[in-house]
Structures are given as structure tokens and as C-alpha cells.
Design a protein around this ligand. Sequence first.
Ligand code: SAM
Length: 225
Amino acid sequence: MEMTPQRWRFTGEYSRQVFGSQDAHLAGLMQEAVSEGLPDIAVSADVGRLLMILTSMTRGRLALELGTLAGYSAIWIARGLAADGRLITIEREPDHAEFARKQFALAGVDHKIELRCGAALDLLSRLAGEIGPGSVDMVFLDAAKTEYPEYFRIVRPLVSVGGLVLADNVLGGGSWWIDDLGSQERQAADQLNRLLAADPDFEAVAVPIRSGVLIGRRMRDADSR
Ligand code: SAM
């Protein structure tokens, strides 16, 4: 069956309709964020559910997120963590961070989430020394798309065997798609996809839900190869 623009639109709407149920707080969160001037660029509810399910399939002790925005995806991730699990989420914009912190409290997950405000690459490098190798069960990349390959290089040693590297927008975004060979974001997404696909310690696939979600799982560490 040929994929037409109408079919692709219908497929997205169908997925959100069938798999995008959410509580009233999450349903209104992005509307409130937009009314306070935040951009409307959070993941959709079906992608949020995917993040929750995948997180719950790991040990769920420590998750990282780059790019908090209003806290929407972080709340989904927090709900997939183990009872004593925690999420460290990084956001560059102080007003986004302030809004998200309020949402964590309203969602009742503030005891599980630590939000660090600053540039992802700076904070991530510092964090790497703090938490050590093999400590992260799930990392969700969703900050600056052009920095995706660098994020992966820093987080790679931190991911536990059985842990996941997830990334949003690995097939497209608001202004580009994976067939748009000239776009810088496309180049960075393609680089990340290929880094994971070629990594001997990971198995990875990009799932074509919304703008594409990359799922990479560490199958082994270098010592056991
Ligand atoms: N993960 C969020 C969700 O789905 O609910 C959406 C994140 S939004 C696509 C990207 C966020 O990353 C924005 O809030 C932006 O301010 C932040 N950001 C962009 N570049 C960043 C950087 N270099 N370091 C940290 N945060 C960054």
C-alpha cells in the first residue's frame, strides 16, 4: 500500500487517539505551557506512553533526560521508574525549568525528579563524573538536535547493560525530514542513528512514530565482547 500524506496524517491521529489516553493534568499541561509563552514542541501522548513503557522495562533506578521543556515527557518517564528510581532532567531555559518544576509537584512526581538548569553538554560532562559508568538505565535525548552525536558520546559509557538510549526527532522535525539532505538537524540525527546502528555493544532501531523515536539498547559492555 502506498504511503500518501493523508495516510501518514491519519496514522498519526489514529495512534494518538488509540494509544494517547492521559490524565487531566497531562492533557492540559502543554496548553497551559503555551499560554505562558513556552513553545508547543513536547512529545505526543502516544510517544510519552512509549517512554513510560520502555523505562518500566529497565531496572528503572536512574534515568536522564536532555531537554525538559514544560516537564511533559519527564512526567511520563518518572511514571515508568521503579518505586525508588529517579530522573535527572536538564533544561537550558530558566523559565522552562521553573514551569516544569511546578508541573512535577502537581503530578506528584517531584520527589523522583531533579531538574538541573543549564546547557546540556556542560551539565552532562559534569554529571558523568558524578554518577559513573554503567549507572544509567534510560536516557532520553530531546535537547539541541545538532548536538545529538555529542550527547551520545558522553552518555554511552554511562548506560548500564540492558539500559536504553532513546532520542526524539530522529526521522524528522518541524522544519525538516530525513529525506532533506541539506538540513543540519537531519545530518546530526542521521549521525546519531548510524552511531547506534554500528555500535557493537548496542542494538538499535528507529520507530516511525510521530517524528521518529530511536530505541537503542546496550546488550553488552566492551569487556564481555
Ligand atoms: N522533552 C520535552 C517533552 O517532550 O516534553 C520537550 C523538549 S523540547 C523539544 C527541547 C527543550 O530543550 C527546550 O525546552 C529547549 O529549551 C531545551 N534545549 C535546547 N537546547 C538545549 C541545550 N543545549 N541544553 C539544554 N537544553 C536545551
